[in-house]
Ligand binder design. Sequence first.
Ligand SMILES: Nc1ncnc2c1ncn2[C@@H]1O[C@H](COP(=O)(O)OP(=O)(O)OP(=O)(O)O)[C@@H](O)[C@H]1O
Length: 260
Amino acid sequence: MSLLQVNHLTLKFGGITSVNDLSFEIPEGIIMSVIGPNGAGKTSLFNMITGFYKPTSGEILFDGESLVGRKPSLITQKGIARTFQNLRLFPNLSVLENVMSGMHSKTSQGVFGALFRTRAQKQEENLIRSVAGKCIDFVGISQYTHRLAKNLPYGIQRHVEIARALATQPKLLLLDEPAAGLNHGEKLELIELIRRIRQEFRLTIVLIEHDMGLVNQVSEHILVLNYGQKIAEGTPAEVLNNPLVVEAYLGKEEDDEQSA
Ligand SMILES: Nc1ncnc2c1ncn2[C@@H]1O[C@H](COP(=O)(O)OP(=O)(O)OP(=O)(O)O)[C@@H](O)[C@H]1O
């Protein structure tokens, strides 16, 4: 069964059509990649799924329910979490505080609770702290728990973003260029981490990625966009041998593949 279904999705910015009549499905439990040249519409697609952009037309169904017009916080509550291409951590907060910050949309206590720290609020905060700690541990960065985000190496900051997304306990995890800026060893660790996340949390994972070596190793399904449109879809073997894909994208990325 499909966890997410996209039907005839279009996004326009004035004269620019960033996503053009796009339809596809994400089967539950899969690790899938969205690839395509710069400006192909990949991040715009993530932004529509997570409620940051409102589609010009079309439909997005998550577990059969429409997401169009919903706020990002509600979409997080429904079970979709993401990381960002450009990291969006709070630089002056600790790793723990950053990961806990991702969970506020799941909490039930309102202004009264926040002001007077009721017993329920304290219990809830303890629970959040404990879940956040487990996620930090799971991604393998517990030694950095109390360090400020701004003082951490880039690769560790990327792990903090993933821990923050996991802490919201999603069903669908969207990773926007998770390997960007990572060295070869860190990329291998990332592949391992993505597989462990799927196995341990039984998640569906979709990544946008330019690193063809990583895409090829980790993906069970690939969707290829070019100028906002789907030009190919299938297994890595099917997609990576498709002449349209080679022409649109892979030819340009051969160097990256060799360096991965
Ligand atoms: N907020 C915006 N305002 C205007 N145009 C936008 C906006 N966001 C995206 N676009 C345009 O939509 C098109 C698709 O951009 P998008 O960032 O989705 O591509 P992408 O495939 O993620 O590219 P990259 O691989 O470089 O990140 C581009 O032409 C971009 O300039």
